[in-house]
Design a protein. Structure first.
Length: 408
């Protein structure tokens, strides 16, 4: 089934078909909408609005659902917190989300866990679509334009403005129709089973493990040239996390990364020296001056043997960045180029982005610690690394051939 965007002019969708519903914010109203959604039919469209960049963490501040026979439901999870009864009422129902991996963690925190999933963004990727944002896919597949002007809004705002609620309702208005269209496209392309495996992998993915030394991801950290400076970054990053969590604000709004890095470069000798640095002249940074200076003091007082190394110690089980392979591990670099070439060639043939055909991390691991260059050994290694059955079936033979070629 071909996209229809060029067949006729795009039509703007300005209002939900059933109007904008009242926001559900009490246990009594939640019980009513739960019963209505449970009595509905077919898949349920689900979306979440967060306050990324404004609040600490990734909590949901609005949950939108739509199901045939029930219409659209807008739920304020702040006063309700636990939506597990709604989740139980939807047991066995397929949930339709766009970029589900972004929304599932905040939904799970509310007790909303799907039994089955259809991800419209992932479906579009497997179909080789050039642009996979919801607005682009709706336009391409359905010939309709969606407004996206509130996508980066502070959804912790209360009360939520009426135009924001309209926007939120429209985000689930067409998801099920889009799902049906994409499912037909996948079936016609022979990719529906691939998609189902991918959806299930997203649905059942465990929570991401905590990052090792997350403070090392501070923007500008690469310019810090001393271990003492690295200690300042670590102590100030943790102090910022503690304060951001306490006041429920995005860490970057509590103190910018530039301020942390400036302190790491300057190694100020006093609180007044710290406040003289340009990134600390703002009222927000100065309000918590004692907090920031305490972090710097802790870093400056550390014995040398307790300073963190400026560069993170390497994990022997994880390949280093590929840019270093040519000089330090030329055989592995040659294998990586061959594996990438095999994946790239097949990706073009089946019209799937190569990163979706096989995760880059798996490609690197196969090249860094190669299995025996046989189809069965490569298939076993790919499976152990998390590749799906459809990926193994397509790639085990070409990757084995690529590894064989580099061994000659």
């Amino acid at each position: 089934m071909e996209p229809i965007a060029d067949a006729e002019p795009l039509r703007p969708l300005l209002e939900p078909a059933d109007g904008v519903p009242d926001v559900t914010s009490t246990p009594e109203a939640l019980a009513e909408v739960t019963a209505a959604l449970a009595a509905g039919t077919g898949p349920v469209a689900v979306d979440v609005e967060r306050a990324s960049g404004y609040r600490y963490g990734q909590s949901a501040y609005l949950v939108q659902l739509r199901r045939e026979g029930a219409g659209t439901v807008l739920i304020d999870p702040v006063p309700l917190r636990d939506l597990s009864e709604l989740g139980a009422a939807l047991a066995g129902t397929e949930w339709v989300l766009h970029a589900a991996n972004q929304d599932l963690p905040s939904l799970r925190a509310l007790g909303l866990v799907p039994d089955a999933l259809f991800d419209t963004e992932l479906a579009a990727r497997l179909l080789g679509r050039d642009r996979v944002g919801l607005g682009h896919i709706v336009a391409e597949e359905l010939g309709i334009t969606l407004a996206k002007e509130h996508s980066a809004a502070d959804w912790s705002t209360r009360p939520l403005p009426a135009d924001w609620l309209r926007y939120a309702a429209l985000d689930v208005e067409l998801l099920v129709e889009l799902r049906d269209r994409l499912a037909a496209d996948l079936a016609a392309a022979g990719k529906l089973e691939w998609a189902q495996e991918e959806f299930e992998a997203v649905r059942t993915a465990p929570p991401a493990p905590p990052r090792v030394d997350p403070w090392r991801r501070t923007s500008g950290m690469h310019t810090v040239r001393t271990d003492r400076g690295a200690a300042v970054v670590r102590e100030m990053w943790q102090a910022r996390e503690d304060l951001a969590r306490r006041v429920d604000r995005s860490p970057g709004r509590v103190l910018p990364d530039a301020a942390i890095v400036a302190a790491a470069h300057a190694l100020p000798a006093s609180e007044s020296d710290l406040l003289a640095l340009p990134p600390f002249t703002g009222r927000g940074a100065r309000r918590h001056a004692a907090h920031w200076w305490g972090a710097v003091e802790r870093a400056l007082a550390l014995p040398r043997e307790e300073l963190p190394p400026r560069r993170a110690p390497g994990d022997p089980t994880t390949p280093p960045p590929p840019r270093a392979w040519a000089a330090k591990a030329p055989d592995a670099a040659a294998r990586l180029e061959a594996v990438r070439g095999a994946v790239r060639g097949l990706a073009a043939e089946v019209a799937v982005p190569q990163e979706n055909l096989l995760a880059p991390a798996i490609q690197r691991q196969l090249a860094w610690t190669p299995p025996e260059a046989t189809e069965s050994a490569v298939a076993e290694a790919m499976t152990a690394l998390g590749a799906r059955r459809w990926q193994v079936a397509l790639l085990a033979a070409p990757v084995a051939a690529a590894l064989t070629a580099t061994a000659d």
